[in-house]
Ligand binder design. Structure first.
Ligand code: PLP
Length: 374
């Protein structure tokens, strides 16, 4: 098996599994007795460790059940905390952000303005940020192309008119250095399974003020911003995974980006008419390509039958392939975008994986193009 879908999820690190198992019996950290206090202390340690790594205060760390939940709480909550109805976003956000903004427009009278992006999905014009808004939201790095966005510039521009900024950093945390206070964001979302922690746990960093108004109501945990009993074992495993990811980052990124560049050059040499959609600045493991005339879903199935696991840039709805909203925003033509593949490399990717894929990609594209009667 050759796994090229590390942006979807990456295998759990042994350090995370060990922490998870070690604390699997942790009781409710709200208990006022010995075992409750012990669980609380494990949770406090995880909170402090994450805060230290991310350049935040422990009180700014809000444990959540996913990146999606962190995004929802932040955007919806900052919108509610404001008297303004304007939202600034981008056309390339993950559904965890895109759908929240669309919901606020459809149901709560918000007006959304989207910052344009260029051919490689980098935000290209920040002028919409000059008008104050309830919240501006932009992803740190795009999940399809890996494009890293001009977040410091976006935050500076929004701050000049007092607009709070949410950053969906789900693809970026553990892959690029991020310091919450230096960045100056109001809130920032992260998800453990993107850097070797368990699935189903994440965190939101949230400044004391302005804080998102609660959209969930319950027992008041996590500053009341995310009520509900926290999964102590998962929080400890997430902290362990993040620590290791950050410790290894420089060496891992060098190795992974070299493999990714090698893969790109080999594919360009083996297949004619390829468009490279990933351009710098980008995450080290992303390689997004379009093969005009081939259907993405066909290529995924052919690759799967060869033991290669990758993702397509298109979304399949009721059996009909559509180009992704990201490629659409980049101005990619339908006929081209439909034949897109996203290869994402990570910690466990080897030179053999790259070699195998490079040796088989031409036959896959050729078969898919023939099936598409090209
Ligand atoms: N935001 C981005 C950019 C993502 O890539 C993802 C997951 O793919 C999410 C949010 C959602 O994270 P989770 O899977 O933890 O809900």
């Amino acid at each position: 098996m050759h796994y090229f879908d590390h942006a979807a999820t990456t295998p759990m690190r042994q350090a995370a599994i060990d922490a998870w198992v070690r604390h699997s019996q942790a009781v409710n950290p709200g208990g006022q007795y010995g075992s409750g206090r012990r669980a609380r202390s494990v949770l406090d340690d995880a909170r402090e460790q994450i805060a230290g790594i991310m350049g935040a205060e422990p009180i700014e760390v809000i444990f959540t059940a996913s990146g999606t939940e962190a995004d929802n709480i932040a955007i919806h909550g900052l919108y509610r905390a404001s008297e303004l109805s304007r939202i600034v976003s981008t056309p390339i956000e993950h559904p965890a952000v895109k759908e929240v903004v669309e919901h606020l427009v459809a149901e709560e009278g918000a007006e959304a303005v989207l910052l344009p992006v260029d051919r490689h999905s980098h935000v290209s014009d920040l002028s919409a940020l000059d008008v104050p808004a309830a919240v501006a939201t932009c992803m740190y790095a795009n999940n399809e192309t890996g494009a890293i966005q001009p977040i410091p510039e976006i935050i500076a521009r929004a701050a000049a008119v007092g607009t709070p900024v949410h950053v969906d950093a789900v693809q970026a945390v553990g892959r690029v250095p991020i310091h919450f206070h230096d960045l100056g964001a109001t809130t920032l979302a992260s998800s453990a399974h993107k850097y070797g922690g368990p699935r189903g746990v994440g965190f939101l960093l949230a400044k004391r003020s302005p804080a998102p108004t609660a959209i969930l109501h319950g027992g008041g945990q996590e500053r009341g911003i995310r009520p509900g009993t926290v999964d102590v074992a998962s929080a400890a495993a997430m902290a362990a995974a993040l620590q290791e990811a950050v410790d290894e980052m420089v060496a891992a990124n060098g190795r992974i980006s070299a493999l990714r560049d090698e893969l790109r050059e080999r594919i360009l040499a083996a297949v004619d008419d390829v468009r490279v959609n990933t351009a710098e600045p980008a995450l080290p493991g992303h390689l997004h390509l379009s093969f005009p005339g081939a259907d993405g879903d066909s290529m995924i199935m052919l690759l799967d039958s060869l033991g290669v696991e990758a993702a397509t840039g298109s979304a399949c709805s009721s059996g009909v392939s559509r180009m992704s909203h990201v490629l659409e925003a980049m101005g990619v033509a339908d006929a081209e975008g439909i034949g897109s593949l996203r290869f994402t490399l990570g910690r466990t990717t080897t030179a053999e994986d790259v070699e195998y894929l490079a040796a088989h990609i031409a036959e896959v594209v050729e078969k898919a193009r023939r099936a598409g009667l090209r």
